[in-house]
Ligand binder design. Sequence first.
Ligand code: ARG
Length: 231
Amino acid sequence: QKPADTNKAKVLKIGAEMTFPPFEFQEEGNKEYVGFDMDLAKAVAKQMGYTTEIQNIGFDGLIPALEAGNIDMIVSGMSITEERSKKIAFSKPYYKSGLSIVVKGDNNSITNFKDLEGKRIAVQIGTTGAEEARKIKDAKVREYNSNSEAYMELKAGGVDAVVNDLPVNEYYLTKSGEKNAKIVGDIMNAEEYGMAVTKKNTELVEKVNKAIDELKKNGEYEKIYVKWFGK
Ligand code: ARG
C-alpha cells in the first residue's frame, strides 16, 4: 500500500547544461530555461506527481552532481553510452540524434569526417563529440565549456570545424542567423538521448520510463516535439 498523495507536490531536481538549443537554453532577455528537454522533463515530472527545479550545470559536472546527490536527474541531451551506463542509469531513449560537422561557408577542404585529420576541431567538454574528435588522427581538439564558445571560435577562425550533435548544429545554422557556416558530411555516430538517474534509484527509472510511454500515448510528447522541431 502506497501512502496517499499529499497536496504539496514533491520537487524533482533536474540538471542540464544550457548552451544546447533547441534542447536546453536561455532566450535573450529571458532568464528562464527553455527547450525540448525542459518541456519534456517537466511533463515527465508532472506525470509522476513532481514539480521541477532546474539547475544549470557544466556538462562535465552533471554526472558528479548526480552522484553527489545535488540533483535527482539529468535531462541534458545526454547520449546513452556504454561508458556512462557503468556509472549512471539511463531511461529508455527519448530522442534519436547523432554527431555532425560544421565548417565555415567558404571551406571546401572539409567535406566529411575523414577530412578532419590534422585539423583544429572545437567541441564541448565531456561530450561524445569531444570523444569522437579525439579519435581523429593528428587532430588538434579544443574543448570548451559551452557550445556557444565552440561556435564562436569557428567564427573567429581559431578552429577549422565544430563537431556537435546534428540537431544543435542545425539550430545554430537556421536560428542564430549565422550565414557563413554550413554542415558537411554524413551524420556520424548514431546516438540516442536518455534521462539519467543514479544506479540506486531503480524505482525512479521505472517511473520515468512509464511516464515517457504515457506521454507518447496521450500525444503530449508529439506536441512538445512539434513545438521545437516543427515536424
Ligand atoms: N549528446 C552529446 C553527449 O551526450 C552532447 C550533449 C550536450 N548537452 C548539453 N546540454 N550541452 O555527449
